[in-house]
Design a protein around this ligand. Structure first.
Ligand code: NAD
Length: 353
């Protein structure tokens, strides 16, 4: 018999609801506290999801010995600081993506994980999706052969979330660090996490946040404010790996595109696969090309199920029953890639590792 893990959620904005709902539905977890600088927001979420305690200062929350683990759902510029403080206070951590803003911060978080011996899981939620884990079985069995190319795109024609997301001090960047992190990570994970060799990237600030556009809804930060916007609105990059494989990526908060687009495609010498927008496997048999559609409940990314799987895996890793699928080392590698792309764009040349 394991006792249920006592959970607090720090940051009670938009994404926290999916964390809170997943914990509330998990019989191995018990929600005990919610923290946000904005007390009314923390209180509202605590009441809605049945947590008894409300905090406005995460340091006070971390001093509570009746909390075993925390989800960090705050602005990107606070991820490293809160993760390190939580680990040093003896709590397990599920930190939302990106792990932090810089490689230097990521290394400090990695050190804190080592010295605390606690679990830190990076919120690479797409790794936990059913379609990813199905494809993973095919890849591990060699169905795609040697994977040498992947292509990731996440194009919003209108979708700068405003507020802290568009303030580079708080976010670390625009669509590359916010959306690119998901699609680059899922390709890298499915490619078998090859070591990155170089990156060449571009960032553009051509369209602004287009807060003038009407009659088209999009994801917004809890404190939506369009007045400050100093992040890129489009970025692309080519990432080279030491094993010779490459990954092309393109992401936008806004672009004059016909429609929003998400695509994650992986190509090997025996077969290919798409995981976004929907799982498909491409192969060859008896001199004929086959497009294979797995017969599963959800071919696309199911947000609620993805978070529920991610949180179930976190809880079970904290209980010592599993190893996290998205450890701090992977968060650090992703920061190297993302920061490398920003550096390459600023210098106008390839960055080698
Ligand atoms: N995995 C995903 O698909 C996904 C989706 C959306 C957002 N996110 C990530 O989740 C995080 C939060 O995003 P969001 O959309 O919920 O933002 P949000 O602005 O809606 O909410 C963030 C909340 O954090 C609070 N906060 C900030 N600093 C704090 C601090 N020091 N102490 C206490 N509270 C603090 C703010 O008051 C706010 O309520 C970001 O890192 C974002 O990248 C992940």
């Amino acid at each position: 018999m394991t006792t249920s893990l006592r959970i607090a959620v720090i940051g009670a904005g938009s994404i926290s609801s999916v964390h809170l709902q997943a914990y509330a539905n998990n019989p191995e977890a018990k929600l005990v506290a919610v923290c946000d600088k904005n007390e009314a927001r923390a209180r509202e979420k605590a009441e809605r999801f049945g947590a008894a305690q409300v905090y406005t200062d995460y340091k006070e929350l971390l001093a509570d010995p009746n909390i075993d683990a925390v989800s960090i759902c705050t602005w990107n510029n606070t991820h490293a600081e809160i993760s390190i403080a939580a680990l040093d206070a003896g709590k397990h951590v599920l930190c939302e993506k990106p792990l932090c803003k810089t490689v230097a911060e990521a290394k400090l978080v990695e050190e804190a994980v080592r010295r605390s011996g606690k679990v830190l899981q990076v919120g690479f939620v797409r790794r936990y999706a059913d379609n990813t884990q199905i494809l993973r079985k095919f890849i591990e069995a060699g169905e795609l052969g040697d994977i040498y190319y992947a292509k990731a795109s996440c194009l919003r024609r209108l979708g700068n979330p405003g507020g802290w997301f568009s303030d580079i001090e708080k976010s670390g960047g625009g669509p590359l660090i916010d959306l690119g992190v998901h699609v680059i990570d899922i390709c890298w994970y499915l490619m078998g996490k090859p070591k990155v060799k170089s990156v060449s990237g571009n960032t553009y600030r051509k369209l602004g946040n287009r807060a003038n556009i009407q009659n088209l809804a999009y994801y917004q930060a809890a404190d939506y404010d369009p007045t400050l916007n100093n992040v890129e609105d489009f970025s692309n990059a080519l990432i080279r790996f030491e094993n010779g494989a490459s990954l092309a990526v393109e992401v936008s908060f806004t672009l004059h595109a016909l429609k929003d687009e998400i695509g994650v495609k992986i190509y090997g010498d025996k077969g290919g696969a798409e995981i976004e927008p929907e799982l498909q496997i491409i192969t060859e048999k008896y001199d004929t090309i086959l497009n294979v559609t797995p017969q599963v409940d959800q071919l696309g990314f199911d947000v609620v199920k993805g978070f529920s799987n991610e949180i179930a895996h976190f809880v079970s890793s904290c209980q010592g029953n599993t190893e996290t699928l998205s450890p701090v080392e992977d968060g650090l590698e992703m920061m190297k890639i993302l920061c490398g792309i920003y550096e390459s764009a600023a210098k106008g040349m390839e960055v080698q590792f």
